[in-house]
Design a protein around this ligand. Structure first.
Ligand code: C2E
Ligand code: CA
Ligand code: CA
Ligand code: CA
Length: 277
């Protein structure tokens, strides 16, 4: 029994060590990735459904690892959150995205907005308000061109001081989008507490929308509620023209998804934008 117990323990602990070591190693490498220029932002267009016009982009973080190749944000963002590295990482994303948006404006595409994803840890620690103001100031970008994508769960336990800080950011014109809307909580009280500009309807409801009566009902309900509250709507995960057409019928304003484009490096993103005549 003792033998078996030890073996079990060894087996268990070896596994644990391996994954813990893996995690530590990745965290170490992530720390170096910023300086090594291995991080990049890709930009996915947001498209006004009726006109087909590109209104802006969402910046999505990419890690091009030297030996492991491309690592998806769903894997390294949680690692960065657990190690606290997300603050440094998020700060880099904020600065880079704002700078990029300003560059587009200087090239003549001066209507484009930039949306960034903000992790709850990044938002709750590390003087987020100051970081946003500084990024905007340094790039000479007006606040109304920046949009913060926050999740419902983040907003649910925001303390009054942070709520005030968020309000100050919004006073500068910065927009507030609720990411993955519909997947979080049924308590919608936060919609009264915060000045929400956009609901981003989660892609789990949007992809394969046409023909799925449950998804249709949910998406229609979200759009109707947003309209009555005078909040904008963005559908994410639009993968085909049929879905885009359906969304127009339903009164959705903006779409995002592979139907138009996957997230792209800045140079490729620029090729999608038609210059205004
Ligand atoms: P998200 O904010 O919900 O981003 C949408 C995800 O859906 C992106 O995955 C995007 O590439 C993908 N997507 C876009 N169009 C389609 C489509 O038509 N169909 C499908 N199936 N997927 C589509 P990505 O880039 O892998 O990012 C995953 C998540 O990682 C993001 O989800 C976001 O939560 C997080 N993330 C990405 N960049 C950042 C960042 O800079 N900071 C933070 N805190 N989180 C980030
Ligand atoms: Ca997002
Ligand atoms: Ca989303
Ligand atoms: Ca998501």
């Amino acid at each position: 029994a003792k033998e078996r117990g030890r073996n079990n323990y060894c087996f268990f602990s070896e596994d644990m060590n391996q994954s813990a070591q893996e995690v530590l190693q990745l965290q170490l490498e992530l720390r170096q990735a910023i300086g090594a220029g291995q991080l990049a932002l890709h930009y996915q267009p947001k498209v006004e459904l009726k006109s087909g016009r590109i209104t802006g982009a969402e910046a999505l973080l990419r890690w091009e690892h030297a030996s492991r190749g491309f690592i998806a944000p769903d894997i390294f963002i949680p690692l960065a959150e657990r190690s606290g590295l997300i603050i440094e990482l998020g700060d880099w994303v904020l600065k880079e995205a704002v700078r990029q948006c300003r560059r587009w404006h200087l090239m003549g595409f001066d209507w484009l907005t930039m949306a960034i994803n903000v992790s709850s840890i990044q938002f709750k620690r590390g003087h987020f308000e100051l970081a946003v103001m500084e990024a905007l100031d340094n790039a000479s970008l007006e606040g109304r061109f920046l949009e913060l994508e926050l999740t419902e769960s983040l907003l649910l336990d925001v303390q009054p001081a942070l709520q005030q800080s968020l309000a100050s950011i919004q006073d500068k014109g910065v927009g507030l989008s609720i990411d993955d809307f519909g997947t979080g909580y049924s308590n919608l009280g936060y919609l009264k507490r915060f000045r929400v500009s956009v609901l981003k309807i989660d892609k789990s409801f949007v992809t394969n929308l046409a023909g799925n009566s449950q998804n249709e009902a949910i998406v229609q309900a979200i759009i109707q509620m947003a309209q009555s509250l005078k909040i904008g709507t963005v559908a994410e995960g639009v993968e085909d023209g049929q879905t885009a057409a359906k969304l127009i019928d339903m009164g959705c304003e903006v779409g995002q998804g592979y139907h138009w484009s996957k997230p792209l490096p800045s140079a490729d993103f620029l090729r999608l934008i038609k210059p205004t005549a």
